[in-house]
Design a binder for this molecule. Sequence first.
Ligand code: NAD
Ligand code: UFG
Length: 342
Amino acid sequence: MKVLVTGGAGYIGSHTILQLLEAGHHVTAVDNLSNSQMESLLRVQKLAGRSLAFHEADITDPAALDRVFAAAGAEAVIHFAGLKAVGESVSQPLRYYRNNVTGTLNLLEAMDAHDVRTLVFSSSATVYGSNPQMPLKEDSRLGATNPYGRTKQQIEEILTDVQASDGRWRLALLRYFNPVGAHPSGQIGEDPQGPPNNLFPYVTQVAVGRRDMLNVFGGDYPTSDGTGIRDYIHVMDLAAGHLAALDYLAAREGVHTWNLGSGSGHSVLEIIRAFEKAAQTAIPYSLAERRPGDAPVSLADPTAAFRDLGWKAAETLENMCADAWRWQQNNPNGYRVEAAAS
Ligand code: NAD
Ligand code: UFG
């Protein structure tokens, strides 16, 4: 299949493109490189032994999107492009709505104009907001609590409306839980710009000496050890979920929503211990205040993805830690070659 991937140079996009190439698909990647480096896709091509087409373009630019579609001859789209930092979305809501929502509207218009109506969308467990019902099922109550989350929820609604207006659309809404880890080669991985917002990249940067210590946000949650519990999913499993969704859509129209998570939770302290074991190094940490907006627990019910797609998360926490560490050790400054400090 000819697949157009927006945000393809990013963390999840690069791992998914590698699997698409390995499965024999033809890939066109679009990225404005606002949160990524071209180097990721150079490495993906080396690992796959196959090439892809790349367009440096912004999805908020309709004319650029039109040119990309004209060149790509795409049959399906996987849409990763988006801004994703919760805190930044609170201070810069307009930038988030323009980039994520307007960008998606442009993408849908370009798809319609070029007769491409199959789309896999990167949604997030953040759409469930502070819903305390655990585990979360696809029909659990939604209620995103910040502008980033609301862009995801609004895009889900837009996609649902578009499908209702024209039954030819084939849409998959994939609600990711906590993607972590890296390709086992250690060649591609997560490369946040500036201080990481998320737990795993922060831990790996402490381990490699880029940060002094980890702040554990909250030690007084109603959980087994008082720290927050999340459903971590290896990025290779997550990438495989996208290929499974594409296969499913090849035979079905409609809007289909799936949680992509493992169904098991780990506390922050469990992650620190597992990482220390995998990396054979101590992670200094200190208990800090709760981070505003954090839920005590977030857990997927992933049974629908298994029932419909035959997909489930297979990787262990041990592998998530070992692979994240291999990537960080091989690339202490991420994709930047010079000794960048940030
Ligand atoms: P990422 O930042 O590594 O990748 C996103 C890519 O999109 C980047 O390469 C960025 O340069 C590109 N991009 C952003 N705006 C663009 C625009 N206007 N035009 C073209 N390219 C643009 O993030 P990721 O972790 O790979 O996330 C991919 C998607 O999955 C995002 O939509 C994110 O919201 C969603 N998601 C991520 C997580 C997570 O924890 N990583 C969880 C749930 C959902
Ligand atoms: N944490 C720390 N210290 C840190 C970073 C995180 O203790 O430096 C804790 C958090 O408090 C939380 C856990 O580690 O208990 C995981 O935090 P992350 O930031 O890694 O992940 P979140 O679950 O908060 O957020 C992720 C995505 C968001 C998405 C959300 C819900 O990063 O984009 O899941 O799907 F909105």
